[in-house]
Write a protein that binds this ligand. Structure first.
Ligand SMILES: *[C@@H]1O[C@H](CO)[C@@H](O)[C@H](O)[C@H]1NC(C)=O
Ligand SMILES: *[C@@H]1O[C@H](CO)[C@@H](O)[C@H](O)[C@H]1NC(C)=O
Ligand SMILES: *[C@@H]1O[C@H](CO)[C@@H](O)[C@H](O)[C@H]1NC(C)=O
Ligand SMILES: *[C@@H]1O[C@H](CO)[C@@H](O)[C@H](O)[C@H]1NC(C)=O
Ligand SMILES: *[C@@H]1O[C@H](CO)[C@@H](O)[C@H](O)[C@H]1NC(C)=O
Length: 409
């Protein structure tokens, strides 16, 4: 009996290896990106609103090709990107051809920056944008500051200078960044296209010269920042060469704080744990948004996480339009696999996605919520979040949390 089981398990293992070898060779033979395969392999649901502090390591999008040779990596990446854009209509992006978006060829990429705070849905939004082929995801350039909010000098200048250098793929003076990354690899792992290569040879992750050359191959560059308040980004928007667009992502403070309850990194830090500070930041972001929308109407988009969760498809398409991107099948595929809004035409698991942003209503104690609501009255009114009147009301289906809001510019 035992022998027979052994025999079958050996056969099974052999079969699996053959399949893996076949799949692997098929994979490396093809030089175009395979967004749909990438996304299916990434089975996490956006139920989990993860942030970097979860140390989640992305699944590589390409199988290691065994080549430590930098020139070869660059050459292959260049070819892949070219292939992925054979059919793309560049007039959506305001240019004529791919080279116009490549720094390596003297062009300027389309750059986008998500400005938000911890546990506000940035991981999901970041991955949506990273599902575009040809995207280089700078992830969070300010990780080394750990759990603080930057609201002004002296740190703001340093932080902005780091952000600008990275958006220009200039890593020369970013030793601190690489040093921090040596003990916090998730700084690199979210940048899936870089991680594909450097996860097998970590020295590459810390190599400024390689990172610079690799970065300059990509027509789209995205970044998320959860440690810098919106009012400080004006100089990024003013920089005409940078052509950066900004997405401000806001979330209900009750949802944010419920989610942060379960994060060890958060509680020791008042910037992360005090409702007063979170909501003062939300007010400051609102005031800054009004001013910046007036000054740069086409360069800032404001988004509530709840809207993204309730209507991922519509919101994402508005977002792509704002960013100057044409239809992206790989993004549709990502939404399909990560939100399951439609399964055979039935909105079966949509229910789950809808519930995520409002889970705080079921799990939070009303006293905790009351405390947040009294600290956040103004922030919540500005951003269209209704208070719950009592414990019964909080869980009642008659309680409509979201309200329309406007930003007077
Ligand atoms: C790679 O895959 C794409 C579709 O995913 C296909 O059109 C193309 O012909 C393939 N190229 C090679 C070299 O197999
Ligand atoms: C590309 O898109 C523009 C609109 O953005 C359209 O006018 C043009 O015809 C398209 N070109 C091709 C080749 O499809
Ligand atoms: C990277 O290193 C190579 C070889 O040492 C050198 O030729 C090149 O100029 C460097 N590139 C950058 C961007 O520093
Ligand atoms: C998603 O939105 C796009 C554009 O608004 C639309 O064409 C498409 O049919 C939508 N898909 C689903 C599954 O709703
Ligand atoms: C709770 O709030 C609702 C809505 O304002 C109200 O109708 C209800 O009477 C309140 N219940 C209690 C026990 O105060």
């Amino acid at each position: 009996m035992l022998r027979r089981i052994n025999f079958y398990s050996i056969c099974f293992a052999f079969g699996v290896s053959v399949l893996l070898i076949l799949a692997g060779s098929r994979y490396t033979d093809n030089v175009s990106y395979r967004p749909s395969t990438e996304n299916r392999r990434n089975t996490r649901n956006f139920l989990k609103v993860e942030d970097e502090e979860d140390m989640y390591q992305s699944v590589p999008t390409n199988v290691y090709d065994g080549s430590p040779n930098i020139e070869k990596i660059l050459e292959k990446t260049r070819a892949k990107i070219k292939q992925a854009f054979v059919k793309y209509n560049f007039s959506y992006s305001g240019v004529h051809k791919l080279e116009d978006l490549l720094m390596e060829a003297g062009g300027q990429p389309l750059r986008s920056i998500i400005i938000s705070t911890w546990r506000s849905g940035t991981t999901f939004l970041g991955e949506v944008l990273d599902a575009m082929p040809g995207n280089f995801y700078h992830y969070e350039p300010l990780l080394k500051y750990e759990i603080i909010q930057i609201r002004g000098p002296p740190l703001a200048d340093q932080a902005l200078s780091t952000i600008k250098s990275m958006l220009r793929c200039n890593y020369d003076n970013l030793q601190d960044y690489f040093q921090y990354g040596k003990t916090h690899l998730y700084q690199f792992s979210h940048n899936t296209r870089l991680w594909d290569h450097c996860k097998y040879n970590k020295e590459l992750c810390f190599d400024a010269n390689f990172t610079e050359r690799f970065c300059k191959l990509f027509p789209f560059q995205s970044m998320k920042v959860v440690r810098l308040r919106l009012r400080l980004v004006e100089e990024l928007l003013e920089d005409k060469e940078l052509k950066a667009k900004i997405i401000l992502l806001i979330r209900d403070p009750r949802g944010v704080l419920q989610s942060r309850q379960h994060r060890d990194f958060c509680q020791p830090s008042p910037d992360c744990w005090e409702p007063q500070l979170l909501c003062a930041d939300m007010i400051s972001d609102y005031v800054a948004a009004a001013r910046l929308l007036k000054q740069f109407p086409n360069k800032l988009m404001v988004l509530r996480y709840e809207e993204l969760a309730l209507q991922p498809n519509r919101t994402t398409h508005d977002l792509l339009k704002f960013l100057g991107l044409g239809p992206m099948p790989s993004i549709n595929e990502f939404l399909h696999t990560h939100t399951n809004t439609y399964v055979d035409g039935v909105s079966s698991t949509f229910r789950i996605s809808r519930a995520v942003p409002f889970r705080w209503r079921e799990v939070l104690d009303f006293h905790f919520v009351e405390n947040i609501q009294s600290a956040c009255r103004e922030a919540m009114a500005l951003w269209g979040y209704q208070p719950a009147h009592n414990a019964t009301h909080m869980t009642s289906k008659h309680f409509t949390v979201l309200q329309n809001y406007t930003i007077e510019v």
